[in-house]
Each structure stands twice: as C-alpha cells, then as structure tokens.
Design a protein around this ligand. Structure first.
Ligand code: BGC
Length: 741
C-alpha cells in the first residue's frame, strides 16, 4: 500500500510539475547523467547555490574564508559580482582544483547596458527603434564581459512597465509587449550569439519573471495583482519571446503575484515556463528572494521558503542560503524531492556544458584578451552611434534646432552640464566616470574657435539653493542660445529608486523659467531614466531633447543632434504623462463604456488635469517633416491562415534628410473580451532624402491578430479590424479589413 501511494505521489509531481523528462541521449546528456551519478546530495545542492563576491575588500586573489570554503568544497555552483580575468581565474581554480568533482563555477554579473564601455540605458536604446544596433550593444557587452572572465549576464530585463514612478522602468524596453518582445530577442541574440561556447558570447537572463513592473504605486518590490489574461497579454510576451530565442536562464522577480511570491510560483515557472514553453535552461532566484518569502508571510521558516522555492521551480538560489541549509533535511523528509533537485542540477550543468566550461574552465579568464577588448575604441564608436539614435526630439518651436555652427556665444547652463556620473545611468557595471564625455566636453569638441561657451550649473539637481541663479542669468543673457541641461541624476532611477513625483527635481523648473525670461531661445537637454512629467517645460521651452542617460559618448552624441550632423529619429517607447496622478497611462488601453470625450461630462476624464498624455507612445519629431499618404490594403478580407499587405506612401517634405519610424497598429473592433483601442503590430525605420518618396509595406497574418479570448485560448476571432499607419500611436491613416473563417 505504501509503495503504491509513493508511486502515485511521484507520478503526480512528475506529471504536472514542468520537470524535464526527456532523456537526452546526446554526448552532453550522457556526460551530465554520469556526472550527476557521481554527485553527493551536498554537491548537488552546491550547484543550486549562488554566492556573492566581495571584491572591494578582498582584492584580486580570493582571501575571503567563506568564499574559499564554498568554492573549494563544492558548496556553490556560481558566484555573482566576481569579475576580471585574474579574479575569475583564481576563484575557478578553487572549484576546479580543490573540490572533489572539480565542477567549474559560472560567474554572473549585472551588465544591463555594458560591461566597462557604457552604452545608453536600455529604455533609451528602445527609443532608437534600431534592433541591429541594440543587438550590437549586447554583442559588445558580451565581448567585453567574456574577456573579463564572465559567463553570464543578468540581462535583459524584459519587464513591461506602465508606471514611470517605478525606477526600474529604465532597465527595460518600455510599455509595449510587442516592441518589448522584439527588443528582448535582439538582446538575447546579441549576448548569446549562435554559440554559447564562443569566447565572444555569454549566457543571458530574462528577468524578472514575471509582472515585477506592475508593482503597486510604482513602489519597487511591491505587490502585483494581475489577471491571468493581462499577464499573458501584456507581461509575458517578452519572456516567451526570450525563451523562444533560446535564452539560457530566467530570473524570478521579488514580487508577490496574486498572492504567491513569484519565486515560488508553480504556475509561472513550472507550468508556463518549463512546461508550456518547454524551457530547458535554469531559473535563478533574485537576490535573497527565496529567503524573503518569510517576510512575504508565505513561509513560516527559511526551511519552508526553501521547500516552496524548490517546488516552485527555482533551480538556483541567489545569495540567501536556505537551499544549502535545508534541502538535505527536506530530502530526508520527502525523498521524492530528489527528482526536483536532479532536474535543477541537470539544468545548471547543461548551461555550464554549453559554455564550454567542462572542456576548459579557464577559457574566458584571459588577461591578454581582457586588456585588448575591454574599452576598445570600436565600442566607443558604437556607443556614439546608438546614443544619437536614442535621442527623441520632443519639441522644436520655430526650428530652433539644429543650431548653426557659427554662433558667437552659447550658454550651457544646468546641474548636469559637466556631470560624468549621470550619463552612465544606474547599473553602470564597470563603467568609469573618466571614460565619459560630458555634454560640455562634447559641445567644446563640436564648435569652432569663433564660438564662446559660457557655462554655469545654475543649481544642483535636487536642492532648493538658488544662489547660482544670478550668475546663470547673467551668462544666459549674453548668449545667442541657451542649452539647459537638466533632469535626474544616475541614482534617481533604477532598483529601489521609485519616485512619487516624476517632475524635475529641486529648483530645476525654476531655473528653466528664469532662463526663458531672458528672452533667449532655450533648448532643453533632458537627462533622465524615466519619463518626466513637467508640462511647463514642454510647453514653453523652444526645443526639448529627450536624451535619457546615454552612456560614455553622451556629449558627442548630443552635440551631433544639436548641430544637425545627425537628424534625430528616436520615438518614445513609453507614454510621457502630464502628471503622476494620471499613472498608469499607456497607449494600448481599453475603450471603457464611456470613452474620453471632453464635450461630455459623464465620460472618463479628470476634472483637474487633461485626460491625454503629454506625449503618446511612439512619438518623436525630426528636423525634417514626413507626409503619409495613400494607405492601401491589397484585399478587404483576410482569410484565417492567410495574410494581408498594407502599403503607405511616405514623403520627406522637409529640408533635411532623415529617418522615420513608420508604425503599424491594429484595432480589433469587437471581441469575446474587451480589446485595446490600438495595438502595435510592426514598424519600419526608413531613410529618405528631402523631396523623395517611398512605398512602405507591411504584412499582417491572422496569427498576428491572436489574443487570449474569454476562455483563455490564444486565437484570432473573426470580425472587423481597423489598421493604422503613422508616425506615432495617435496620428495615423486608417484602413479596414475583416478576418473571415
Ligand atoms: C536585482 C536583479 C539583479 C540582482 C543581482 C537584484 O537586486 O533585482 O535584477 O540581477 O540583484 O545583482
């Protein structure tokens, strides 16, 4: 009787738990199986444990007794925050030469927008709508990281963010699931390349699984309540795209989703990720997120937290030590848990195998390669190329921009004019201030001898001190044009850096108002890690450039745009609200039964603020103008399984050559569940000389129209659709078609 029961229990666990049951008969599978056979339970648990390095205090050779003990006794499978060819080599040596089985360590690190060469923050890069360049940033990050002995990047963050108060919005690709998926794939492909064993690639991580960006009130780490439909429609697509692109690992989030901390979510990890999506890589927890389940009030002890995480499908525990401390006891009590442990260890070993670490554990730790590749000149060239493409021109009244190169005096005013830390943004890894060219330096390089640059900070980013206003005003009144460099410092966005007020901090708005009162044209260069809600600035300054945090080549890239050697082409990957009180505010919202209509009182609107955003998703200007005309569809009806061609004529009607991001949206007029007013389905970035035209075409298949219907089936429903093509999510040409069975 007991035997039968045990079999049934085991069967249940295996049947529904997303454990990988396919027997891998390849040499890799055979190698892993035989290694697993040799391993003690303690060694297996070691592979499921990750510890952090403490390099600031221990220097290049490992001296920290804990780390030495862990690595030499097979008690960890991975370190994070251990980097550099020499350091990784010495840590690896402990594991390979001292531990019983010599299983190599995998070294992970957060390289969110570069290792030592800092590229624009991810949100900025998403504004470039240039997937090739986004991929190149990831490739170069991998190249530098791999040369510095690293194997694994905790990026890309693919969380959809509809709340700019949330500081981590800077780490992702913005608010749209379709665009977020494209960017996720570009980044995964960039980090991982074709072959993880190549010395130029590293393993990537899709994080933070899932819905972490939906934190209540934009407060980091907070509770998330998201229906399964919204989860699947909005938050999961970039994760699924990353899984389909072969991402090596996933990371759990810190959040509690609908009552279950995601670190223990069998639905998310075992059911959706490992079973539905057939993900073969491994899942790492977030920093101590296993142990934090006690604070979440779901685990009454660390041991219970370990049990929940193991059953939830978390294969490796980051930093906290509940696996190391309690998994053995848990297996004693529940022998069937060994199945979960073996599955987790297989997954970890498989990625180590793919990285080539069993062939040569030191292959990435090569000081010569590191010296040659890290901060390579070519990486700076790329940093400039993508930085200028990430800039979004938000306003350009009276064609204030581009500036003429022969101006006699330019006043460059603001707290960020010569700041070297801010352009690096948060999560700058091994980025160093000395490698940053500030905007002031960039402008000095760009102008000739005839132009005098007058400069003053005017104020700090976040203080109430206005004592420098006078000097700033006096310099500004002598200039032909004022460039005002304002915004947020690096550490005003990112992890645990949420804001309740997303306007300009401190007295920066007053500084702008004082500058504007001089009567001189004011060009605002905005540096920030999240959308900034500051209507006066957008509505009164002569030009506004959204430059985010652009990395090491900020200065030259911004100068390229200010003087017109590059015509800005970026478009917003997020909505910019007018006020924090409007949040959440995103373009692909539902219509409601009483859609916004300012002429009707009983419709969805505010009594004290506009209903509409300051700038919609997809918005961005150019120095030239583009005209859209002649939208046509090749047929009025789309048969299921078939496709429809949409064409539009695009003409450059202005005086500059330039690129336009032509955007394609659809609207499903009626569904078995309410449908968004508009959804992005595609885009083309097109270059045109002045006075020339081109035909831009798109294909929509019936598969592109699928959504999660009322029974949570992913399918397209027949009926009428609208199609929109235009320069952003609001202004477009419109057509119609029907999907028929
Ligand atoms: C963050 C992760 C990061 C990890 C390791 C956590 O606090 O949420 O995104 O990868 O730390 O540094």
């Amino acid at each position: 009787m007991r035997i039968i029961l045990a079999t049934i229990t085991l069967g249940l666990i295996i049947g529904c738990s997303g454990l990988d049951q396919t027997q891998d008969l390849s040499p890799k599978g055979a190698f892993i199986d035989s290694l697993l056979n040799e391993m003690t339970l303690t060694e297996k648990i070691g592979q499921m444990s990750q510890a952090t390095g403490s390099w600031e205090t221990t220097g290049p050779v490992i001296k920290d007794p804990d780390m030495v003990d862990l690595a030499s006794n097979g008690k960890v499978g991975s370190f994070l925050n251990v980097f550099g060819a020499k350091r990784t080599r010495s840590a690896q040596k402990l594991a390979v030469e001292q531990s019983r089985l010599g299983i190599p360590l995998i070294f992970g690190y957060d390289m969110i927008h570069g290792y030592a060469t800092t590229f624009p923050i991810p949100l900025a890069e998403a504004a470039s709508w240039d997937l090739e360049l986004i991929k190149t940033s990831a490739e170069l990050t991998a190249l530098e990281a791999a040369a510095a002995g690293l194997h694994w990047n905790f990026a890309p963050m693919v969380d959809i963010a509809r709340d700019p108060r949330w500081g981590r919005i800077m780490e992702g690709a913005g608010e749209d699931p379709w665009w977020g998926s494209q960017v996720a794939v570009a980044r995964v492909e960039g980090y991982q390349g074709e072959d993880l064993a190549s010395l130029s690639t590293i393993a990537a991580t899709a994080k933070h699984f899932a819905a972490y960006g939906a934190a209540e009130g934009g407060r980091d780490y907070n509770t998330t309540e998201v229906s399964e439909r919204t989860l699947r429609e909005v938050y999961l697509p970039p994760f699924q795209a990353a899984a389909d692109a072969g991402v090596a690992t996933f990371m759990n989030g810190f959040n509690d989703l609908n009552g279950i901390p995601v670190t223990a979510s069998e639905l998310l990890v075992r059911q959706i990720l490992k079973k539905e999506w057939n993900f073969k890589g491994f899942v790492v927890s977030d920093w101590a997120s296993v142990q934090e389940m006690t604070d979440h009030t779901i685990a009454s002890s660390d041991k219970e937290a370990a049990r929940l995480a193991l059953l939830g499908g978390c294969d490796m525990e980051m930093v906290s030590t509940t696996y190391r401390e309690y998994l053995e006891a848990l297996v004693d009590e529940h022998p069937e848990f060994i199945t979960h442990i073996d599955d987790a260890v297989r997954r970890v070993l498989a990625i180590k195998y793919d990285l080539g670490l069993f062939q040569d554990p030191y292959r990435y730790s090569d000081p010569e390669r590191e010296a040659k590749l890290v901060l390579h000149n070519d990486h700076f060239k790329h940093a400039r190329a993508i930085a200028k493409r990430s800039i979004v021109l938000l306003e350009n009244r009276n064609q204030t921009l581009p500036l003429k190169r022969d101006l006699s005096r330019i006043a460059v005013i603001g707290p960020l004019v010569d700041d070297k830390e801010t352009p690096m943004g948060t999560w700058s890894a091994q980025g160093k201030e000395e490698n940053v060219t500030t905007i002031l330096e960039g402008l000095r390089l760009a102008v000739g001898d005839q132009t005098k640059i007058l400069t003053s900070n005017g104020c700090d980013v976040n203080s109430s001190d206005k004592s420098d206003f006078k000097k700033a005003r006096s310099l500004a009144s002598k200039a032909d044009v004022i460039i005002a460099v304002v915004g947020e410092e690096a550490l005003m966005s990112g992890e645990a850096l949420s804001r309740a007020d997303i306007g300009l901090p401190g007295v920066q708005l007053e500084l702008l108002q004082m500058l504007k009162a001089t009567g001189k044209p004011v060009v605002v260069v905005l540096m920030n890690g999240r959308p900034i809600a500051e209507p006066w600035m957008y509505e009164n300054c002569d030009a506004v450039l959204e430059t985010w945090h652009l990395g090491v080549q900020s200065g030259p890239a911004i100068a390229d745009v200010l003087f017109g050697s590059y015509n800005p082409s970026g478009k917003l990957p997020v909505t910019i609200p007018r006020a924090a009180g409007q949040i959440p505010l995103y373009y692909n919202h539902k219509n409601t039964g009483r859609a916004y209509d300012p002429s009707e009182r009983y419709t969805s609107q505010y009594i004290d603020e506009d209903h509409l955003p300051q700038y919609p998703f997809g918005y961005g200007l150019s120095y030239t103008t583009f005209e859209y005309s002649d939208l046509s569809l090749d047929k009025p009806e789309l048969h299921r399984g078939d496709s429809i061609e949409i064409e539009v004529k695009l003409t450059n009607t202005g005086a500059f050559s330039g690129e336009e991001v032509v955007q394609l949206y659809t609207r499903d007029l009626f569904g078995s569940v309410t449908r968004p007013v508009i959804e992005l389905k595609g885009f083309k970035k097109v270059y045109l000389e002045p006075g020339t035209s081109t035909q831009v075409s798109f294909t929509i298949t019936s598969d592109n129209l699928r959504f999660w219907d009322k029974d949570l089936n992913f399918r397209a429903e027949s009926g009428a659709f609208k199609v929109f093509v235009g320069p952003n999510s609001v202004d477009h040409l419109e057509g119609e078609f029907s999907l028929i069975d």
